[in-house]
Design a protein around this ligand. Structure first.
Ligand SMILES: [Zn+2]
Length: 577
C-alpha cells in the first residue's frame, strides 16, 4: 500500500522555508545556518525567529513521521526500513547537534524574558531543561538506541504462527482468546506464547543493550540514573518519581482489590476453580465474542455514526480523515503491532495506524486514536504555535483526549455497533479493562523504576524483579506450569523498549479521562465544550491547568484512586446487570 503524502492539501503556507527544500543535510544545514547567523535585536525579532524555527521543526517532524508510517506499515519492505534508518542514523544526529546550536542562541538572547504570554513562558522552561541535559556524546548513543528499537520491531513484527491451517500474526491470534471454547483458547494462547518465547533471548539481549545505553546517557548528563534523567528530559515539571511511587501504592490499595473482585466474579460465572491466562478476555457468561464489524468499512462507518452522536464538529474531523485516506486500520503480515496516532506536522493533519481484526477492542482503539486526532484538529483550528507534531504535547494530557473519547463514545454503541445487551457487555468490559489498565500501568512503571535504578543487573535478577512486581499488582489468574511466559511477559510491551517511562502517563491520563466521562453522563454538552476548550490549548499550559480546563482536577495519589475505584466499581455493576 503506497500513499502519497505530498498530495495532502496544504492549508498552512510556508512563510520561511523554501518551497523546493529537500529532506537532506545540504538543504537543512542551510536553514540552520541562516537561523544561527540571523541577528535578533528585539523581542519581536526573537518571536519571529522562533516561529521560523517552528516551521523548520514542523517540516522535519513531518518528514520523520512519513518515514515512520511507511516503516511500520510495511516492516518487510527493505526500502522503507532503509529510509527510516537513514533518517535515524545519518540525519537525526546532525539535526540534534544543529538544533542545540540554535537552542544556545535562544538561551543567550536578552529578549527571552520579554516574550509574551504563558505559551512562551512554558516553552522557555522546556528549553532550559533541554539545555541543561544536552550532551553531544549522547547523540550517538541515542542513535544506537533508536536502531535497537528498530530491531525490536523487526523481531516482533516477524512473529507469526500457523493455527487452523493459516499463518497468523500474534495480534490476529488474540481474537481466539475471546472464543467460548476453553480448549481452543488454551491452544491459541499456548501457541502464541511459545512463538513469543522462542525469541526471548534476542529480545532480552536488545533490552540489556538498551538499558546500558540509557544509563550511560543519564550519567553523561550528570544524573545518578536514567529514571531521574527522564523526568527532566520529559519536562515532568508537575510530578516526581516519588509521586509515581505513591501512584503504585494507591493502585495496590484500591485497584488491585477491585481487580481481584472482578476475577472472583468471573471465575464464579465461568464455573471454574482457577482462572488461567487464557480465561481473561472471554465473555464470562460464555456468549460468543462481540463482533462489531466484518470489514474495515463497517468499522469506519460505525465509528462515524457514533461520533456524530457525540458532537458534529468532532465527527466532521473524522470524516476529513476518511476522505484524505489518513487511516491504515487492517492487520496484515509485516505490519508493526499496536496502534498510534501521529501528526503530519506541516500539513497539520493526523494519521491513524492500527491492526483491526474484527474485535470489540478494535472499535475502542479506533475511537481512542480518533480522540488524539481531535486534539490535532482542534489545535490546528486554534492556530496553536509550536505545533511541531505534538512533540511538546505531554502525553499525560494527550491521553486524556483519547481515553475519554473511548468511554464517551461507548455511551452511543446501542444502535450502531451493537444492540442494547451487547452495548452493555462492551461497556462492562471497557470499565473492567480500565481497572486492569491501572494495575498494568503500575506494573510496567514500577518495573522500569527498578530496572533503571539498578542498571547493573543479571538477567535472572531482572526476571525476579519483574515477577515480584507482576505479583504485586496482578489478578487471580494462575501461571502454574507457565512460569516462563510470566517471566518474559514484559517483552511484549513495546513501550518498555521503545518509549521508556511512558506508561505512567496512561495512568495519570486515565484519572482525567474518567473524570470527563463522569461529567459527560451528567451534562454531555457542558463536558464536550470543556473537552474541546482544553484540547484547543495545545501544550501551552502546564498539566494541572490543562486538567482544570477540561473540568477535572489534577492528582493521582492514593486518595484520588480510591474515589475513582468506587466510581469504576459502580459502573461495572451497572453494566453487568
Ligand atoms: Zn493514546
Amino acid at each position: 500500500m503506497v500513499f502519497d503524502y505530498s498530495s495532502l492539501p496544504r492549508e498552512f503556507k510556508r512563510h520561511y522555508l523554501p518551497q523546493e527544500i529537500k529532506f537532506d543535510w545540504d538543504d537543512l544545514k542551510r536553514v540552520f545556518e541562516e537561523l544561527g547567523k540571523r541577528p535578533v535585536g528585539s523581542s519581536s525579532e526573537l518571536e519571529l525567529w522562533l516561529l521560523d524555527e517552528a516551521e523548520l521543526d514542523a517540516y522535519i517532524y513531518e518528514q520523520r513521521a512519513i518515514r515512520y508510517f511507511n516503516s511500520t506499515r510495511q516492516t518487510d519492505n527493505p526500502e522503507y526500513t532503509k529510509a527510516y534508518e537513514e533518517y535515524t542514523e545519518l540525519l537525526e544526529p546532525k539535526i540534534k547537534l544543529a538544533s542545540f546550536e540554535i537552542l544556545k542562541k535562544y538561551m543567550a538572547s536578552p529578549f527571552r524574558a520579554q516574550l509574551p504570554g504563558p505559551t512562551y513562558g512554558l516553552e522557555d522552561r522546556r528549553r532550559q531543561s533541554a539545555v541543561a541535559i544536552f550532551r553531544e556524546e549522547n547523540v550517538a548513543l541515542e542513535k544506537d538506541d533508536s536502531a535497537l528499537s528498530q530491531r525490536y520491531f523487526r523481531t516482533t513484527g516477524a512473529m507469526t504462527v500457523t493455527f487452523r491451517g493459516q499463518e497468523r500474526t500474534l495480534q490476529q491470534m488474540s481474537r481466539f482468546l475471546e472464543e467460548p471454547d476453553r480448549g481452543l483458547r488454551e491452544e491459541a494462547w499456548r501457541l502464541s506464547t511459545q512463538r513469543a518465547l522462542a525469541d526471548s533471548e534476542p529480545l532480552d539481549s536488545i533490552y540489556t543493550q538498551m538499558v546500558a545505553l540509557r544509563d550511560r546517557v543519564a550519567r553523561n548528563a550528570g544524573f545518578d540514573n536514567y529514571r531521574d534523567y527522564t523526568f527532566v528530559k520529559k519536562d515532568r515539571f508537575d510530578y516526581s518519581p516519588e509521586d509515581c511511587e505513591e501512584f503504585h501504592r494507591g493502585v495496590e490499595e484500591s485497584m488491585v482489590p477491585l481487580s481481584r473482585e472482578i476475577d472472583r466474579a468471573r471465575a464464579e460465572k465461568m464455573g471454574v476453580d482457577v482462572l488461567r491466562p487464557w480465561d481473561l478476555a472471554v465473555d464470562p457468561a460464555g456468549r460468543p465474542a462481540l463482533r462489531p464489524f466484518e470489514e474495515i468499512g463497517g468499522l469506519v462507518s460505525g465509528a462515524g455514526r457514533v461520533m456524530s452522536k457525540v458532537d458534529g464538529e468532532l465527527s466532521s474531523y473524522f470524516g476529513r480523515m476518511v476522505e484524505l485516506q489518513l487511516l491504515d486500520l487492517d492487520s496484515r503480515k509485516g505490519k508493526a503491532p499496536g496502534g498510534y496516532q501521529e501528526e503530519l506536522a506541516e500539513a497539520r493533519f493526523p494519521f491513524i495506524f492500527m491492526n483491526a481484526t474484527g474485535k470489540d477492542d478494535d472499535v475502542r482503539t479506533l475511537l481512542h486514536e480518533s480522540g488524539h486526532s481531535f486534539h490535532t484538529f482542534l489545535m490546528r483550528k486554534a492556530g496553536v504555535p509550536f505545533f511541531n507534531g505534538g512533540a511538546n504535547m505531554p502525553s499525560e494530557f494527550a491521553e486524556v483526549a483519547s481515553m475519554s473519547m473511548e468511554m464517551i463514545t461507548g455511551e452511543h454503541y446501542e444502535g450502531t455497533f451493537y444492540n442494547r445487551d451487547e452495548a452493555k457487555r462492551s461497556n462492562w468490559r471497557e470499565f473492567v479493562d480500565n481497572v486492569k489498565l491501572f494495575t498494568w500501568v503500575a506494573t510496567v512503571d514500577a518495573f522500569q523504576h527498578w530496572v533503571y535504578t539498578h542498571p547493573v543487573h543479571t538477567r535472572d535478577e531482572r526476571v525476579r524483579a519483574w515477577v515480584s512486581t507482576f505479583n504485586r499488582f496482578c489478578g487471580l489468574e494462575s501461571y502454574e506450569g507457565l512460569e516462563s511466559s510470566r517471566a518474559y511477559r514484559w517483552q511484549r510491551q513495546l513501550h518498555i523498549y521503545e518509549v521508556p517511562f511512558y506508561y505512567i502517563e496512561y495512568g495519570i491520563a486515565l484519572t482525567g479521562a474518567i473524570g470527563i466521562w463522569s461529567r459527560y453522563r451528567k451534562d454531555p454538552k457542558d463536558a464536550i465544550e470543556a473537552y474541546k476548550g482544553a484540547l484547543s490549548l495545545g501544550c501551552a499550559r502546564p498539566l494541572p491547568e490543562l486538567f482544570e480546563a477540561a473540568g477535572v482536577g489534577w492528582g493521582f495519589g492514593p486518595q484520588v484512586l480510591r474515589r475513582i475505584s468506587e466510581e469504576l466499581r459502580s459502573a461495572i455493576r451497572e453494566y453487568a446487570e
